[in-house]
Design a protein around this ligand. Structure first.
Ligand SMILES: [Zn+2]
Length: 333
């Protein structure tokens, strides 16, 4: 398959074109641009919000979405060491997490002395949601070009459940550990309050999934009307573009906390078994890898090399395919 000579964007990606040198339209548009808009401004804003939240003197300054993966492990460590936040770590157990990631979470949180809540939604409904999320009609292209339908649903459930816990417990901010490649790099995605989208519009986005799985999905994918009226509404913060993201530093730091990579996940995930099926299904339906965009962004930002990115978007190896099959069987059981 033809891919961009600078990043790894493939010819099958929606709306892509290449110049005579084989450089993709995303790279051409990007050249010369700062990867993150006005970093000093965002840094100042984060510092101000943290001051404001600490001044409220609540039991917790922040809720951190904790998957047990490498990124959120590093995030909790940094927020504790660098910002001195009092945190509640919240894990959404989607029913498909690597068993070993719970071992990692215990080790890390014991070391950092952070409280932990595990939220585990109904398994039958989670299975139905993940089974149906890969279908072409469920999510629009402006979302599926950045990741698999399974991941879109799961990330949405995680952020929604974290916001719900934050509202219930009066925690003023929710910290997310999306890597810089998982963001579309606009300021509004780095620090925001997630109560701005009109309720009906939001509901419309999940309608195709609700039609396949049932109206119960709305409870897990979005807040209810009263919850959206919470005032002040908690901030959602994707801190990595501000605090920095270097993979070798991340691995070095979290190893010292006792974290080790689980064996029962595919090469693109450090905590979740569902990811393998998300990749296989996405490739069948959309004909490109759900990580093409994210990995290309990381290459353009100099975070990983093109060779490293190519390895991660190659056709899944035998091991990953077997894992995807097992996960699909589990979803159907
Ligand atoms: Zn490119």
């Amino acid at each position: 398959m033809k891919r961009c000579t600078l990043c790894v964007m493939p010819e099958t990606y929606p709306g892509i074109s290449f110049d005579s040198e084989g450089v993709c339209s995303f790279c051409s548009k990007q050249s010369g641009k700062q990867p993150v808009p006005s970093l000093p401004k965002l840094q100042a804003k984060l510092d101000e919000i943290i001051r404001e939240c600490k001044a409220q003197n609540r039991k917790y300054d922040a809720l951190v979405a904790y998957s047990g993966g490498k990124d959120s492990t590093f995030l909790i460590h940094t927020l504790k060491e660098k910002y001195g936040l009092r945190m509640l770590a919240v894990t959404l157990d989607n029913g498909f997490m690597s068993e070993y990631s719970f071992v990692n979470m215990r080790k890390v949180l014991n070391r950092l002395n952070v409280d932990h809540t595990i939220v585990r939604p109904r398994y039958d409904l989670m299975k139905q949601i993940f089974l149906q999320s890969s279908a072409l009609e469920v999510y629009p292209t402006h979302l599926t070009q950045f990741g698999s339908g399974i991941c879109i649903s799961c990330i949405r459930i995680v952020t929604n459940m974290c916001l719900r816990v934050a509202i219930e417990k009066g925690i003023p901010m929710v910290m997310l550990g999306n890597s810089p490649g998982q963001l579309i790099q606009s300021e509004n995605e780095i620090i925001f309050q997630d109560n701005k989208i009109p309720y009906e519009l939001r509901k419309h986005l999940f309608k195709p999934l609700a039609e396949r799985v049932g109206d119960d999905v709305y409870t897990y994918l979005m807040l209810d009307k009263d919850e959206y009226k919470t005032n002040p509404f908690p901030y959602t913060i994707n801190a990595f573009p501000i605090i920095g993201y270097q993979e070798d530093e991340i691995y070095r730091t979290i190893r010292e906390l006792g974290w080790t990579k689980p064996e029962d996940v595919d090469p693109n995930s450090t905590n979740c078994r569902l990811n393998s099926l998300g990749i296989v299904k996405h490739k069948q339906v959309h004909r490109f890898h759900p990580y093409d965009f994210e990995m290309s962004l990381l290459v353009r930002q100099g975070i990983i090399t093109r060779e490293e990115a190519l390895k991660r978007v190659e056709d899944p190896e035998e091991k990953a395919l077997r894992l995807a099959e097992q996960v699909e069987e589990q979803l159907l059981s």
